[in-house]
Design a protein around this ligand. Sequence first.
Ligand SMILES: C[S@@+](CC[C@H](N)C(=O)[O-])C[C@H]1O[C@@H](n2cnc3c(N)ncnc32)[C@H](O)[C@@H]1O
Length: 294
Amino acid sequence: MREGKASYTAEGVAFYRALESSRPADERGCDDPLAGKLLGPRFRLLYRWGLSRRSALWYLERGSLSPSYWFLISRTAYIDDCLSAKIAEGIDQMVILGAGLDSRAYRFDGLHDGVKVFEVDHPDTQTVKIRRLKKALGSLPSNVTYVPVNFEREKLESKMLECGYDPHAKTHFIWEGVVTYLSEDAVDETLAFVAGSSGEGSSIVLTYTIKASVGTISKGAKWWQLAYLRKKGEPLIFFLEKDALEGFLSTRGFELVDNLSGEGLTDVYLKSTSRWKRANRYSVVALAAVQAGR
Ligand SMILES: C[S@@+](CC[C@H](N)C(=O)[O-])C[C@H]1O[C@@H](n2cnc3c(N)ncnc32)[C@H](O)[C@@H]1O
């Protein structure tokens, strides 16, 4: 992250969700009606102007970044489905780690019935989001607490407890598009907090990247992954292999439930025979349960 600057990648993925949500309802791969309202001036301009929106969508869905675009769209749909299932099952708290411009706290009605929501993010990103939320919603909902934390420098647990987080409550955590930007220590510390400070039946959904992705998908993706994101202060630094996830999580207090890479997501969510519409097979979304009795 660049000092004093909100996350660029948070803006980028919200732009993807906004574009996809602008399609007719029966053609959308995911549905995030708030994404367009949370964009900053540059992306908002591209999104609001019909010609640039259609051009961006055309390029993203079939150009060199299309595997990343379709992964993002299908992972959003998967994480939304997990959240709906968790709300139906009954949760006390939801924590979004590295929330960026995630709008789930505002678009899932089930969360307004007594579920406490915590949005945790880098202070520079969170300040910008809160400003945009006030503009988009008029006021901030009372069930959402904003916790500014730099995972690399601060203790997540003490910040959460100060903000009213209950370490014994059943909690669903969302850690979408974040671990790839963190050091191994920050990933470990965050997982230790989730596993050690949450109630019976808690769960986490997270996404991660397989090392082989870097520089191999296409020339455009290589430039974006290696040069552009580094320039933006958000280089990709943490990777996991898909086969290693189960062991990695089990030694940290979790039981793996789902481990879906782009191929699995394409089958379930994109349901398409188009050769363009394929989610990146090097990116993975996983669901894990906190081991009982911890
Ligand atoms: C790609 S964005 C994902 C945002 C959101 N989860 C989503 O999927 O729309 C990465 C997020 O990680 C956050 N982040 C990156 N490094 C961080 C750090 N050291 N501490 C806290 N948050 C961090 C950024 O602020 C940003 O919100």
